[in-house]
Design a protein around this ligand. Structure first.
Ligand code: TIU
Length: 228
């Protein structure tokens, strides 16, 4: 079974598939958070919520693992490099108190996953101090423990945390499909460039494809299995 994708169909394994949802947090998607403090139009990211929800529901329905990440720092900022906190000219820096609590600090209201994509109690949420989801996290240990080899990647923002994570995963041997209409950027041209660069050179980093293609292929593979 394969998922229609670019640059060629993505091989769907019989086991070892997981959904990765990167940083669908209020800090990036709602006014008053980190994304807003950096000067971005955060409303641009909302358009993918229904597609990420559809993938989340499908993976739940088929009993496939889902890993969400949140970018955030410990309250004492001991895991935040000064270079990250000091970068830029915003008056609201990481750790400062904003309208949704301290900016980009784990456990603050604004750092949480948006309610539309709230994880179930048994779903793993990986806190991450960097842009990539493998740097200084438990993600790889979870994936190895569960025999995961193939990652369907979604979330925000495409050219920052999503692309960094996909590159980290590719270097570790994971087969990655980035879902075009389930990832978004504050910069449409950067999203487009990311899609093109990851699938160029015969999939130098991996594949790109659409939500509907993933959903319909999963239905063929798993609904058929359920029917038998
Ligand atoms: N600023 C921006 O585009 N993104 C981030 O800082 N983090 C993530 O991409 N999650």
């Amino acid at each position: 079974m394969t998922i229609p994708a670019n640059p060629y169909p993505y091989p769907l394994p019989s086991t070892g598939l997981a959904l990765i949802i990167i940083d669908m947090q209020r800090d990036f998607i709602e006014p008053g958070g980190f994304g807003d403090a950096l000067g971005n139009d955060v409303g641009l990211l909302r358009s993918i919520i229904p597609n990420v929800q559809a993938l989340q529901q499908a993976f739940r329905r088929y009993g496939l693992p889902i890993f969400q990440t949140v970018e955030g720092h410990l309250p004492d900022l001991s895991d935040c490099p000064p270079s990250k906190r000091d970068r830029g000219s915003s008056s609201l820096k990481i750790g400062d108190r904003g309208p949704m609590g301290r900016i980009l600090v784990l456990g603050e209201p604004g750092n949480g996953i948006i309610p539309e994509l709230a994880p179930l109690p048994d779903e793993v949420v990986i806190p991450k101090p960097g842009k990539g989801a493998f740097y200084a996290t438990e993600l790889e240990a979870y994936l190895k423990a569960q025999g995961i080899t193939h990652l369907i990647i979604t979330g925000v923002t495409t050219e920052v945390c999503v692309q960094t994570t996909m590159r980290e995963a590719n270097d570790r041997g994971y087969e990655c499909l980035l879902v075009e209409d389930a990832t978004e950027s504050y910069f449409p041209e950067f999203k487009q460039a990311t899609l093109e660069m990851v699938r160029a050179q015969d999939g130098i980093i991996g594949w790109t494809g659409f939500t509907e293609a993933v959903l319909s292929t999963l239905a063929l593979q798993y609904d058929a299995a359920v029917a038998v």
